[in-house]
Design a protein around this ligand. Structure first.
Ligand code: 13P
Ligand code: ZN
Length: 269
């Protein structure tokens, strides 16, 4: 028995998570247990789900997150592998609900798998998105090789320097990642400081932010769209690196070409 039985809409969302988890593994972005996914599934919760007993004790969130009252999430399990999750999402992740005190959660289904160690960042971001009235329901943390490599150089950590380079490699990048790439300086993985800095960067109006020397954190309406944004950005990083490997610095699209593109697609300048 699974909580997904006879819940087609909820199952479709979890199936998307499993599909994305498979892509992350195939791309080489998900070594061992690397990366994590959470999705806000509150809109799929029915009365039958509400009456389910918890299968864990009350766990502290570490912070009061007032906009998460009554919210439910699917979370990748800590130490679980994306490649396993892609075949078996409900054994490598679990469904949690936030308690009315907004500072604890409990696991509800299917197995008592403890959520990802990056839960502070994921839930703080979901709280922020709800507070803003955002339609975004998915957050993704992954370790894309070329984007992480960029952050090992101080120059690329300058605000919007990497954004401009990545946008100029191929027109689709700005079209499909129109807010660019935010930068968060190195902080201890799983820490509340990293969660706070991630929100600060997302609040500067980015959908995708780099955690220096670690990975990306991306948000979007659903997990497939969050993945797409990271995928187009990393593709641009690969094109840049391919050109450098051929012995030259790529020209990039000109400012005039970028302006023409922004006007044609109605993108921010
Ligand atoms: P988890 O296995 O706890 O999700 O951690 C993976 C990770 O990438 C931490 O940053
Ligand atoms: Zn990580």
């Amino acid at each position: 028995m699974s909580i997904l039985d006879n819940r087609a809409a909820l199952k479709a969302e979890i199936d998307k998570v499993a599909e994305v988890a498979g892509y992350l593994w195939m791309k080489g972005w998900a070594e061992r247990n690397g990366g994590n996914i959470t999705i806000n599934i509150t809109e799929f919760v029915d009365d039958g789900m509400k009456s389910l007993p918890a299968i864990s004790g009350m766990m502290p969130l570490g912070k009061v997150l007032p906009h998460l009252k009554g919210c439910w999430f699917y979370c990748k399990g800590t130490q679980k592998r994306m490649r396993d999750l892609s075949r078996n999402p409900m054994e490598n992740g679990s469904i949690i609900r936030i308690l009315d005190d907004c500072s604890h959660y409990e696991i509800v289904a299917d197995c008592p798998v403890a959520p990802t160690s990056e839960l502070p960042s994921h839930l703080a971001v979901h709280d922020y998105l709800l507070a803003k009235g955002s339609p975004y329901r998915a957050s993704l943390h992954t370790h894309p090789i070329e984007l992480v490599a960029l952050t090992h150089n101080r120059d690329w950590m300058e605000k919007d320097r990497a954004t401009r380079m990545l946008w100029s490699m191929i027109p689709e990048t700005k079209a499909f990642c129109p807010r660019g790439l935010g930068m968060v300086p190195y902080m201890l993985p799983s820490s509340q400081e990293l969660a706070d800095a991630t929100i600060k960067a997302i609040d500067e109006d980015y959908d995708v932010v780099m955690w220096e020397k670690h990975g990306v954190f991306a948000v979007d309406t659903d997990i497939m769209s969050a993945f797409d944004q990271v995928d187009v950005l990393n593709k641009s990083a690969q094109i840049y690196i391919a050109a450098r490997n051929m012995g030259f610095i790529p020209d990039g699209m000109t400012d005039a070409q970028m302006t023409e593109l922004s006007n044609a697609f109605g993108l921010p300048k």
